[in-house]
Design a protein around this ligand. Sequence first.
Ligand code: FES
Ligand SMILES: [Fe+2]
Length: 427
Amino acid sequence: MALARPWGCPPLRNVPILGDQYTSREFFDREWSSMWTKVWLLMGRSSELSQDGSYQMEEIGPESFIMIRQKDGSIRAFYNVCQHRGSRLLFNNEGISNEIVCPYHGWEWANDGSLSQVQDPEDFIDGNPCDDMTLVEVNCELFAGFIWINMDPECISLKDYLGPVWEEFEAYESHDWIRGPSSTVDVNCNWKVPQDNSCESYHLPSVHPQGLKWIEHSYKYCHFDWCEEGHNRMSIPMVTPSHSLTREELEVDDQLREMLEPWGLKAEDFEGREFETRQTVQSVKRETGSERGYQFDQLFDDQLTDAYHYNIFPNVTVSFAGSEYIGLQRMRPHRRDPERHYYDNFMYLSHGAAARIGATKPEERRFFKYGTDLMNREIADQDLAVSTGQQLGLSSRGYSGVRLAGQEGRVQRFHDVLDEYLEGSRP
Ligand code: FES
Ligand SMILES: [Fe+2]
């Protein structure tokens, strides 16, 4: 069985995908007012807010949000803006707060958004601001260990928004998986460029040739579809050589060996039967997973090896890699420059994977400008390298729009859904 249940794949509308959608300020502003302010956004990680007052701050486009753990254990989210004269309140991405003190005139906001203290309260002719002012709250829900927010007061529930994604994520029981290597990169390309890239595997042979020996590169052996709610999905076999290799090229290389050894399997035993690695690992994981700290009960066999890859509309891609870890990419638009965005590449380790490498607490998140450092995640570094090159071509007078292969249907679907927001037919 390749996938739990097929998704509906509503017909593609084939809206044109043109270069100026990645470069124009006018298009960027329409995206903000008609789409970003209406959708559920994955913004934080609830398991990282460990105590009363733990917070995370995240920026997206011109906005910034504070997500903060309350005394009763719930999490609430507020615009990161002081109601006195508009200063931003917090500048750290994470921390613990007793109260949020505005850096400008020192107004003190409690963690529940109420105003607890101001200077010279008797000097306000409309009365003490503490009596009637609060931070402005946004909708906030928790799911799969993440904090999701929505700026639209009229929004549908997160569960309805995610549709079939909800149930499929739940099966992995990943809500408390721990943050592994994580980077945020300031990149000179539009946020849609890497999200388009995540919507297709057509680039695997040319951009990630190093994977040929351990992940399927032929689209004929992958499955992809999309749902009414606007999200896309793909499953791609891993722990196997690609069917695009010739008989002579088949071998268990070092990376495939690293996928076998933790399960007590030897590369040499698969000489001449390289295509049996995937099924053998599935069987061993099924038999011995729970004693090694993994939770596989709700997963079917293919999920124990393969990448299950979800493009959550609009800006997140989540891959469950062989049920061992999550690779998450999130593309956040810049404040005002359409040709720039913040690319988040986060990893979350399952209990079994964390135990294997001795990880006990979240890894530090690194921030850097593209070109000054590497994420040290080979595939993601390769993807960003082609994304910046593509951005340069998208503004050329010599480019007149895409010509997509069938296996790039999810790229078209992503733009069709975006277009539905822009024309006002969603949500
Ligand atoms: S702007 Fe925050 S206290 Fe004045
Ligand atoms: Fe890629």
